[in-house]
Design a protein around this ligand. Structure first.
Ligand SMILES: O=C(O)CCC(=O)C(=O)O
Ligand SMILES: [Fe+2]
Length: 362
């Protein structure tokens, strides 16, 4: 998998005695097209191994047709190419997590309560869409996690993005069933927590206009963070920039293999498994070539469960002799604390375990 996962040369000497870092490739077709019990068991075992050791996976057999990806990329290109002032028309209050986020208005490391290394906000710009209350029939939310979307006038944007959103959501649900099998719990247990899931698609554009880069400055596309939810389905350009922290505290560049989607676990998965599965720290530092950022795009679909679902350890994940590592918390409370950090600059003080891992990184 040389082309999909590389260790920067400067890290080779430090890690030469360890197994090389790679993000496992798992074919999930059995869960997409209804494979045999044996095929499902094989995929579930491979997912379980990846979730215990890396927390990032590359999935093939996801069943998303090429034209859905092409549509998503086109929609992103058409919108982000517009002038900043026009894009700012689509800004929404931070707590709604919808619409346009201009460059340098968010700081993901604050979601962990960690100061950004550069003391500057992250330079990505993003457009967020998500499940609104009206998407769930007969549902009246008691929290503000289900804001309706704002759609830009960009021609075709809404249709293309909605079409991709539906596919990514389906993949997240296929994975959720596979994860239940991998953990040896009833699929119904996770489905019951996903009656009206907080689902968000964040389309990220890492690009800075020429002249905005101070060479030598510590530029961060997106600061180190763990994702907040259960599972993230991540489409990304095959351009370097995404870096993932391994269990030894070292960062590694990760690029998706041809036709693969990246998948990573979020905090909910780590909390319900009492950290047997990993909510892996990651960040984005796109390469600077000839004084210019090499443009990179990504689209992260977050499947975050219902706002009122309680995040607590699954049966069998806490040994009789040990205690749960996290207090039970609702999805709403957990997501609020993280978003207040990244989008409103209020340091999250409830991410003690994740914070310690960032600080231990080399
Ligand atoms: O751009 C990427 O590859 C990662 C994006 C990401 O981590 C996120 O949106 O949470
Ligand atoms: Fe992320």
């Amino acid at each position: 998998m040389d082309s999909s996962s590389q260790t920067p040369a400067s890290l080779h000497h430090a890690s030469s005695h360890q197994a090389p870092f790679s993000v496992p490739v798992v074919d999930i077709a059995a869960y997409v097209t209804g494979g045999s019990p044996e095929e499902k068991a094989e995929a579930a075992a491979a997912l379980d191994h990846a979730c215990r050791t890396v927390g990032f996976i590359q999935i093939t057999g996801h069943g998303i047709p090429a034209e859905r990806f092409a549509g998503l990329m086109q929609a992103m290109d058409d919108f982000f190419a517009g002038p900043l002032e026009a894009k700012k028309e689509y800004k929404r209050p931070a707590k709604e997590n919808r619409g346009y986020s201009p460059p340098k208005t968010e700081s993901l490391s604050f979601s962990l309560g960690v100061d950004p290394v550069s003391r500057m906000n992250d330079f990505f710009e993003a457009y967020n869409v998500g499940a609104g209350a009206s998407d769930y029939e007969g549902f009246t939310p008691s929290t503000g996690d289900y804001a309706e979307n704002t759609w830009p006038v960009t021609e075709g944007f809404r249709e293309k993005v909605e079409a991709y959103f539906a596919e990514a959501r389906r993949v997240a649900l296929n994975l959720q069933d596979a994860f239940a099998d991998a953990l040896g719990v009833e699929q119904e247990l996770f489905r019951a927590k996903s009656q009206h899931p907080i689902n968000v698609l964040r389309m990220n554009n890492y690009a800075l206009p020429p002249g905005e880069i101070e060479l030598g400055a510590e530029l961060t596309g997106m600061g180190e963070h763990t994702d907040f939810g259960f599972v993230t389905v991540l489409w990304a350009d095959q351009v370097e920039g995404l870096q993932v922290l391994d269990t030894q505290g070292r960062w590694h560049d990760v690029m998706p293999a041809d036709n693969a989607l990246l998948v990573n676990l979020g905090d909910i998965a780590a909390r319900v498994t009492n950290d047997q599965w990993m909510s892996t720290l990651h960040r984005v530092k796109p390469p600077v070539v000839n004084g210019q950022i090499k443009r990179r795009r990504s689209a992260a679909f977050f499947h975050d469960w219902d706002a009122d679902a309680v995040i607590e350890t699954l049966p069998g994940t806490v040994e009789a002799s040990s205690a749960p590592l996290y207090e039970p918390v609702t999805v709403h409370e957990h997501i609020r604390a993280k978003l207040a950090g990244s989008r409103a600059g209020i340091k999250n003080t409830s991410a003690v375990r994740e914070q310690a891992r960032v600080q231990a990184a080399l």
